[in-house]
Design a protein around this ligand. Structure first.
Ligand SMILES: [Zn+2]
Length: 214
């Protein structure tokens, strides 16, 4: 099955019965994210590949990460946006409560990474920042977590292996979005070196604010 719409080409070996919802999400809910990144449209159509088995998705992921973990269900490694199909995700022990809404939020999460890529290469040590934006701008639900338990230098170095990684990223992203102006955040996106010069300060201030609010 191939569906071509503005900005996207969706490709799947099987028919997907939630394709209307998917097209709706891609046509409507991506607009705010494009706007955030000051983009009118993507520089080229983004291909979205839906995998209909964990084995195939795992094989794809193993080309990009040292170790596949079963919470990995969507990514933007390589050229495509790759997603494990909704039916397959629901079979995973780690995603028993996964719904069609979680799937759509997952698409928006990956879409944030697609937009960020319009500004240059993804640096591994800034993954915390890109995930911070992705979890906040996609509207994914979050479990509160104390930044006092976060080893920020480890989060920077080895994001995928830190327990609570996305929850820490959410707290940091929330702090950034509430504290910095949109213009300042865009400066970080366009100039990662600038972000690197203040990231420890960002972490400490976010931690400080969390302490004051609890
Ligand atoms: Zn992400």
């Amino acid at each position: 099955m191939i569906i071509e719409i503005e900005n996207f080409i969706i490709e799947s070996e099987d028919e997907i019965d939630y394709k209307d919802e998917m097209v709706y999400t891609l046509q409507n809910r991506t607009r705010k994210i494009l706007e955030f990144f000051e983009l009118e449209k993507l520089s080229k159509k983004q291909k979205i590949v839906i995998y209909n088995s964990v084995e195939k998705y795992k094989a794809h992921m193993e080309k990009h990460v040292p170790e596949y973990k079963d919470w990995m269900i969507g990514d933007t490694y390589g050229e495509n946006m790759s997603l494990l199909s909704l039916d397959e995700v629901k079979k995973l022990e780690s995603h028993k409560n996964f719904t069609i809404d979680s799937f759509m939020n997952g698409i928006l999460h990956e879409f944030v990474h697609v937009c960020q890529r319009e500004y240059g290469k993804n640096e591994r040590e800034l993954l915390w920042f890109w995930e911070a934006l992705a979890v906040n701008l996609s509207g994914q639900p979050n479990k509160p977590i104390s930044l006092a338990d976060c080893d920020f230098s480890l989060l920077k170095k080895d994001f995928n292996n830190v327990e609570g990684n996305y929850n820490y990223a959410y707290e940091l992203g929330k702090y950034i979005l509430e504290t910095y102006s949109h213009e300042e955040i865009m400066t970080f996106i366009k100039n990662p070196e600038l972000l690197k010069s203040v990231e420890y300060k960002i972490f400490e201030n976010a931690l400080e604010r969390q302490k004051l609010n609890t």
